[in-house]
Design a protein around this ligand. Structure first.
Ligand SMILES: NC(=O)c1ccc[n+]([C@@H]2O[C@H](COP(=O)([O-])OP(=O)(O)OC[C@H]3O[C@@H](n4cnc5c(N)ncnc54)[C@H](OP(=O)(O)O)[C@@H]3O)[C@@H](O)[C@H]2O)c1
Length: 257
């Protein structure tokens, strides 16, 4: 099946590594062009070199107020202001329990997961023509709280609600979907696993093995396994799919629907 992504242009948040990188790889493999957005210039340079001439990058922090304008300017400079879609994604918020996290940690988490994405979309949606698409990367915490990830448990359902709301408000010109990852082999999950290993006294290998046993597929996902689904949802091949909130989790979450 031809996804119809040839020469389409996408901004990919958190595109240098992990799940964002997985979506960027899948888009580029289908002939699309990507503008990667993340903070560290060295990681971005490496990702651009690996993805090839279809990739450009802008170094900025999703949570900062000036980022949306910086991304819009980069899009104008690199792709003449054309835009077909946005992957709303960055790093994860801090781990911890609701009543133990500081006001500052809650505020930063809001800016990372909601404030920054809202500003980014305000700047980028006007650049998209009919047929554009937005993809949010959320978490299984939108349906089922994850122990000790309370910022995610509280704020991600709001992100999923934003995606649903925008799907209605931007219809039919722009489609909006979200993917909720279970456990993928990325830096973020390695860091969370390292923290849990230290807290429990288990080795990292023991902890990863125990965690994999809670996933019916018996393993963590690879970023490209989410990336391919993401590229499909961003493509014209998904022309009647909007407002979808789908898990990509090896059958981990059992909640319905
Ligand atoms: N991996 C999973 O299994 C899983 C499960 C549930 C939810 N999630 C969520 O999915 C998202 C992506 O996770 P991941 O596993 O791909 O993480 P990752 O491997 O740590 O990659 C995060 C990417 O986002 C960038 N980034 C981090 N903070 C940023 C910021 N403030 N502004 C702009 N870019 C930023 C990183 O580059 P720089 O550090 O250079 O900025 C990197 O490119 C996160 O929100 C995570 O919580 C992941």
């Amino acid at each position: 099946m031809d996804l119809g992504l040839q020469d389409r242009i996408f901004v990919v948040g958190g595109g240098s590594k992990g799940l964002g990188r997985g979506v960027a790889e899948a888009l580029v493999a289908e002939g699309a062009k990507v503008l990667l957005l993340s903070r560290d210039q060295e990681s971005l340079d490496k990702a651009v070199a690996e993805l090839g001439p279809a990739a450009r990058a802008v170094a900025a922090d999703m949570a900062y107020p000036g980022t949306a304008e910086q991304v819009a300017d980069a899009l104008d400079a690199d792709f003449g202001g054309r835009l077909d879609g946005v992957v709303v994604n960055a790093g994860g918020p801090p781990a911890g329990k609701a009543l133990e996290l500081s006001d500052e940690q809650w505020e930063q988490s809001y800016q990372l997961l909601l404030g920054g994405p809202l500003r980014l979309l305000k700047a980028l949606v006007p650049k998209m023509d009919r047929g554009g698409a937005i993809l949010f990367i959320t978490s299984t915490s939108v349906r089922q709280p994850i122990p000790n990830l309370d910022t995610s448990n509280v704020l991600r359902p709001g992100v999923a609600a934003l995606a649903k709301t925008l799907a209605r408000e931007l219809a039919p010109a722009i489609r909006v979907n979200s993917l909720a990852p279970g456990r993928f082999d990325t830096d973020r999950i390695r860091q969370l696993d390292a923290g849990r290993a230290e807290a429990t006294g288990m080795s990292l290998e023991e902890l990863a093995a125990e965690s994999s046993r809670t996933i019916p597929f018996g393993r963590y996902g690879e970023p490209i396994e989410l990336g391919r689904f993401g590229a499909f949802l961003l493509s014209p091949a998904a022309s009647y799919v909007s407002g979808l909130n789908a898990h990509v989790d090896g059958a981990m979450v059992t909640a319905l629907p």
